[in-house]
Design a binder for this molecule. Structure first.
Ligand code: ATP
Ligand code: MG
Length: 328
């Protein structure tokens, strides 16, 4: 299977749990595995009962498994700082204040989080070399997936910019040194170099997501979650990304046949409703159901995680990526 695996789904359905369980299983099968979480609640830390942060650390007691927790807030700040640095090298001092003001405002804009996280995902894929398998706890959203169309858009834009920069540098040099002296060529223009780099970045992202990534959606057996899953399948499909499978989590357990109290009747009712929903998924949703995980009575950590891992019918052997980092 592809080396990069994403688990998406609505809030609270079990993305972190399933990602960690799958990562655990991959590591046990001998794949050097990294699990990447972007959960601000530090859930991976809770699942493995061990602190993680921005750089990969090995998970105690599990050979071949590393985890990293990316804080979205830090990521936005880092992203904007880089942009500030980049821009201030290229504009006059009087512009720097204005840029700082604009960037402060950008911090809170919708999409700043997602776009900073998307950059980070792509960076992790570009530098995934030490690992056979990278498991992402959360998949790119509709708005970040639209960034994949950017290289085409940038192509025309960069060409027009090159033309404009050429003309203006040409005019500037004519005025400065006259027409007789040899002139500097426009090579190494920092603005263009930066745009070119962004274009290549999104090109890499597009190829890696199309050729080297598999997507799974985690859902719970309720109507909201089903609807959300249907939409997510469609969004991914619009970008030509196929969802490989669906993981149904938090299924109500059946009571023993001889139990007949109120609690047992309630559970039986729920099991029946959920069974109908799972049937809908099987008959109407394209991707197969690859796991059915029952609702445990406690938080899923330790042995329970191992238990959940055994429930996942998802291949663990990873093929090497076809698109290997071109930059950095
Ligand atoms: N099968 C299960 N049985 C019992 N508890 C579960 C099960 N799956 C997940 N949980 C619990 O439900 C809570 C939410 O799960 P998890 O953190 O994996 O969801 P998530 O989709 O990552 O949430 P978020 O969207 O907030 O990141 C956790 O406390 C987890 O331990
Ligand atoms: Mg989570």
């Amino acid at each position: 299977m592809e080396p990069f695996v994403f688990f998406g789904g609505k809030g609270g359905v079990g993305k972190t749990t399933v990602s960690c369980a799958y990562a655990l299983r991959c590591a046990r099968d001998g794949q050097r595995t990294l699990v990447v979480s972007t959960d601000p609640a530090h859930s991976v830390t809770d699942v493995f009962d061990q602190p993680f942060d921005d750089s990969p650390r090995s998970v105690d007691g599990i050979d071949g498994l590393d985890a990293v927790e990316i804080d979205p807030e830090d990521e936005v700040t880092r992203h904007l700082d880089e942009l500030r640095q980049d821009l201030s090298e290229q504009v006059s001092a009087s512009m720097v204040n204005e840029i700082n003001r604009q960037l402060e405002m950008a911090h809170g804009t919708p999409g700043a989080y997602e776009s900073a996280l998307f950059d980070r995902f792509v960076d992790v894929m570009r530098t995934s070399e030490p690992y056979d398998r990278v498991v992402f706890d959360t998949s790119p959203t509709g708005s970040t997936l639209r960034l994949l169309g950017l290289p085409d858009l940038l192509e025309g834009w960069i060409d027009r910019l090159i033309h404009k920069r050429r003309t203006s540098i040409d005019l500037f040099e004519k005025a400065a040194v006259g027409n007789t002296e040899p002139r500097r060529v426009m090579a190494g223009d920092p603005v263009l170099a930066r745009l070119q780099e962004r274009k290549e970045f999104f090109e890499f992202a597009g190829s890696a997501l199309h050729d080297d990534a598999a997507f799974f959606l985690v859902l719970n057996p309720d109507e909201l979650s089903l609807n959300e899953t249907e939409r997510a399948i469609a969004t991914l499909r619009e970008e030509d990304l196929a969802v490989r499978g669906l993981v149904a989590n938090k299924l109500t357990p059946s009571p023993d046949p001889d139990e007949d109290g109120r609690g047992a009747r309630y559970l039986r009712d729920r099991v029946e409703t959920e069974a109908a929903r799972l049937e809908t998924i099987r008959s109407e949703f394209d991707p197969p159901l690859v796991a059915e995980i029952g609702w445990r009575s406690a938080e899923v950590t330790g042995d329970l995680l191992s238990d959940v891992a055994d429930n996942l019918d998802i291949e663990t052997a990873a093929e090497p990526p076809t698109h290997v980092s071109s930059g950095q």
